[in-house]
Design a protein around this ligand. Structure first.
Ligand code: CDP
Length: 261
C-alpha cells in the first residue's frame, strides 16, 4: 500500500511566485537547529531539527561487543541503528525494524566509518543509535549529519566531521534539500555525504532521471549546501564548549565571592 496515495500529491511543486510550496528558493535549505550533549546517559549525543524532521543520536563506545562473535581482533567496529518511531510518519509505521531501516543504518555506517580510527580499538564497538521522532524527507542525510556530531561529542577521535544533503529535481528544476512531499512527488532525488578531511563523497544514491549537465548542477548545489551544514555542525560543537566555559567561569567567580565572605 502506498504511503500517500499518488492522487494526493500536489499537482505543482512551485507556487505562482516561483517559490517552492514551503516558501523556499531552489537553493535554500530548510531551517536547521543542532545541539550536542543532550542525552546524559550516552557517551555523546546530538539533537537535530531539520525542517519538520526531529532526530536524536546517541553514541556509546568504545565498549565490549555484543554479541561477541561480531568482534574483530584487529579493529573496532561501528554499528548504526537507525529507527523510525511509529508516530514519526503520516501512516503508522510498524514498530519492528524494517528493510528500509536496515538499509539506512548500513548507509549511515558506511558514511561515517572512513572518518574513524577503528584500527586503534581492536575487539571493541562504537554504537550509534538514531531515533527519528518526526520525519519529513531527507532523514538519511539528517541522520548522517547528526550521528557525526554525536560521535564528535563523545570525544571519539575523528579525521573530520561528515555532512550530508539531498538534492533533487522537482517540476523540472534542480533543488536542494527535498521535503517529504518533494521527495515523493518529484522527479529525482540524490542524497550525498562528504568526509571533510579528504573532501571525498562517502554516499551517493540516486533515484530518478537526469542528464550529465544536470548531474553537474546537482553536485554544485550539493557542495554549496554541504559547506553551510558543516559550518552549522562546527557551531553546534563550539557552542557546547562556550557554555561549559561560561559555567566554569561563573562557578569560579562564585567560589571567590564565597571565600571573601
Ligand atoms: O528520509 P529519506 O528521504 O532519507 O528516505 P526515504 O526512504 O526516501 O523516505 C522519504 C520520506 O518518506 C521520509 O523522510 C518520511 O517522511 C517518509 N516515510 C514515510 O512516510 N513512511 C515510511 N514508512 C518511511 C518513510
Amino acid at each position: 500500500m502506498p504511503l500517500i496515495i499518488k492522487d494526493e500529491y500536489p499537482e505543482k511543486l512551485f507556487r505562482e511566485d516561483g517559490k517552492r510550496l514551503d516558501g523556499r528558493d531552489t537553493d535554500e535549505l530548510r531551517p536547521i537547529k543542532m545541539e550536542v550533549g543532550i542525552i546524559k546517559n550516552a557517551d555523546g549525543s546530538a539533537y537535530l531539527e531539520w525542517g519538520n524532521n526531529k532526530i536524536f543520536a546517541a553514541v556509546y563506545g568504545p565498549r565490549e561487543v555484543h554479541p561477541h562473535h561480531l568482534a574483530k581482533p584487529d579493529r573496532g567496529i561501528l554499528r548504526v541503528f537507525y529507527r523510525m518511531a511509529t508516530y514519526s510518519v503520516f501512516d503508522r509505521k510498524r514498530p519492528a525494524p524494517g528493510r528500509r531501516e536496515k538499509e539506512i543504518s548500513m548507509i549511515v555506517a558506511d558514511c561515517l566509518e572512513p572518518v574513524l580510527f577503528l584500527e586503534l580499538y581492536p575487539g571493541t564497538s562504537f554504537e550509534v543509535f538514531i531515533e527519528i521522532i518526526d520525519a519529513d524527507g531527507g532523514t538519511r542525510c539528517a541522520s548522517t549529519t547528526v550521528a557525526a556530531l554525536a560521535l564528535a561529542d563523545a570525544g571519539v577521535p575523528m579525521k573530520s566531521l561528515v555532512s550530508a544533503i539531498a538534492v533533487g529535481k522537482i517540476d523540472g528544476k534542480i533543488v536542494v534539500d527535498l521535503s517529504g512531499v518533494e521527495d515523493k512527488a518529484g522527479e529525482a532525488d540524490l542524497p550525498c555525504a562528504i568526509t571533510w578531511y579528504n573532501e571525498e563523497i562517502s554516499l551517493l544514491q540516486f533515484d530518478g532521471n537526469m542528464d550529465l549537465d544536470e548531474m553537474n548542477e546537482f553536485m554544485d548545489l550539493a557542495t554549496k549546501s554541504l559547506k553551510e551544514i558543516h559550518q552549522m555542525q562546527l557551531d553546534a560543537l563550539k557552542s557546547k564548549y562556550i557554555t561549559l566555559k561560561e559555567e566554569e567561569t561563573k562557578e569560579k567567580e562564585e567560589e571567590v565571592k564565597e571565600g571573601e565572605k
